[in-house]
Design a protein around this ligand. Structure first.
Ligand code: COA
Length: 321
C-alpha cells in the first residue's frame, strides 16, 4: 500500500532559478512526446498567466522529485468567455524513482489549495490557452496520470484525439480539386493573408470563433505584415463581396486552427482550406503535419479522408472544488 502522505517531501512554490531548473527535468520525468518537446519551454515562460506561486515543486531534501503547474486566468484572452472561476493543471510529474509514494497526490492537493486560495471553483486538466500544451494526460503514455487524477476525484469529460499526416505521401483527392473549381465559379477565393484582409479576418475570428482563435490571427497576422512570417501561414477564404468565410493556420509542423463560418459549412470550403495549408506546410519543408485536438466526429468529416491518422488519444478531466 502506498504512503499517501510522504513524510519527507515538502512542497514549495518556485522561484525563477528553481522553475527553470525543474522545467529542464520535467520533460524526461513525464516522458513528453517528441511532438510536445518542441517549444514547450517557450510556451510556458511566455504565458502572461504564469504565476510561480502555482509552480509547485516537491523536494526530498535538496532534490526536486516532483512538479505540478497550476495556472489560472489573470490576463483576459482576447474576447474569450470569462473562465476566472476555473483553475488549470497543465503539468504534473514525479521522478520515476519516487513514484507510488504519494508525491503525485500531494502535488495535486497542493495545486488545488493554490486554486482555492485564488477563489477558483473547479480544476480542469487541461484545455488551457494561450500556453496550450495538450488537452490532458495521454491515455496510454500517461495512464498513471489518469489513474492519479481519478484517484483524487477527477472525472473524465471526454477524449480528444491528435492526428498526423505524412506530407511526403499526401495527395490532394480529386473531389477537393473539383470543389476548388466549383467554389471559384461561385466567387469563393483562397489566398494567403495580406494587409488587405487582415482586419476583416480578425473581425471574423472575433465574431465567429473568439478567444484563442483571435490571438492566433492577431499574432500570425502581425508577423506576416512585418515580414517575419510567410503569408501562407494563414490562408483566408473570401466571398466575391469580400466577406471572410473561413481561415486555416499552421505553425511549423503543427496544423490548425481551421474554421469555417457555420452558415457556410457543407460547401467543402474547409477541405480546400485544409489542403491549401497542407501544401504550404509541405512547401515550407515539413515532412509531417499534426494537430493536438479534434473530436472523432470532425476527424470523420474532415481529416480521415485526407489521410490523417490518429496518433494519440487524451483524457480531459475536471474536478469541482
Ligand atoms: C502521474 C504521476 C505524477 C503520479 O505520481 P505518483 O507520485 O506516482 O502518484 P501517487 O504515489 O501519489 O499515486 C496516486 C494514485 O494514483 C494511482 N496511480 C499512480 N500510478 C499508478 C499506476 N502506475 N497504476 C495504477 N494506479 C496508479 C493510484 O491510485 C495511486 O494511489 P495508490 O498508490 O494509493 O494506489 C507520475 O506517475 C508521473 O509523473 N507520471 C508521468 C507523467 C504523467 O502521467 N503526468 C500526468 C499527465 S498531465
Amino acid at each position: 500500500m502506498a504512503n499517501l502522505r510522504p513524510v519527507n517531501v515538502s512542497i514549495r512554490a518556485s522561484d525563477v532559478p528553481t522553475f527553470e531548473r525543474v522545467l529542464g527535468l520535467v520533460p524526461d520525468w513525464m516522458d513528453v512526446s517528441p511532438f510536445d518537446r518542441d517549444g514547450l519551454f517557450r510556451r510556458l515562460v511566455s504565458d502572461p498567466n504564469l504565476d510561480l506561486e502555482g509552480a509547485l515543486v516537491a523536494w526530498l531534501g535538496d532534490e526536486p522529485v516532483g512538479f505540478v503547474l497550476a495556472v489560472g486566468r489573470r490576463v483576459p484572452l482576447e474576447n474569450a468567455p470569462d473562465d476566472s472561476h476555473r483553475g488549470y493543471l497543465t503539468l504534473l510529474a514525479v521522478h520515476p524513482s519516487h513514484r507510488r509514494e504519494g508525491v503525485g497526490r500531494a502535488l495535486v492537493r497542493a495545486a488545488e489549495a493554490f486554486h482555492v486560495a485564488q477563489g477558483r471553483k473547479e480544476v480542469w486538466v487541461s484545455p488551457y490557452a494561450p500556453a496550450y500544451l495538450w488537452p490532458g494526460p495521454e491515455l496510454t503514455r500517461h495512464a498513471d496520470g489518469v489513474a492519479c487524477l481519478t484517484a483524487e476525484g477527477y472525472q473524465e469529460v471526454y477524449r480528444p484525439i491528435s492526428m498526423e499526416i505524412d506530407l511526403r505521401r499526401a495527395e490532394e483527392p480529386g473531389f477537393v480539386r473539383e470543389a476548388r473549381q466549383r467554389l471559384a465559379s461561385e466567387g469563393v477565393g483562397f489566398a494567403p493573408l495580406g494587409a488587405g484582409c487582415y482586419l476583416r479576418t480578425l473581425e471574423f475570428a472575433q465574431r465567429v470563433f473568439k478567444g484563442d482563435w483571435v490571438r492566433v490571427v492577431r499574432e500570425t497576422g502581425s508577423a506576416i505584415l512585418s515580414g517575419e512570417a510567410s503569408p501562407s501561414r494563414l490562408i483566408v477564404a473570401t466571398a466575391d463581396d469580400g466577406r471572410v468565410l473561413g481561415f486555416s493556420h499552421y505553425e511549423g509542423p503543427r496544423f490548425g486552427p481551421i474554421g469555417v463560418c457555420p452558415g457556410q459549412r457543407g460547401r467543402k470550403i474547409g477541405q480546400v482550406l485544409m489542403w491549401e495549408t497542407l501544401h504550404a506546410q509541405r512547401s515550407a519543408g515539413h515532412a509531417t503535419a499534426w494537430f493536438l485536438w479534434s473530436d472523432d466526429a470532425t476527424a470523420n468529416r474532415l481529416y480521415d479522408g485526407a489521410g490523417f491518422r490518429t496518433v494519440r488519444r487524451f483524457v480531459l478531466l475536471k474536478k469541482t472544488l
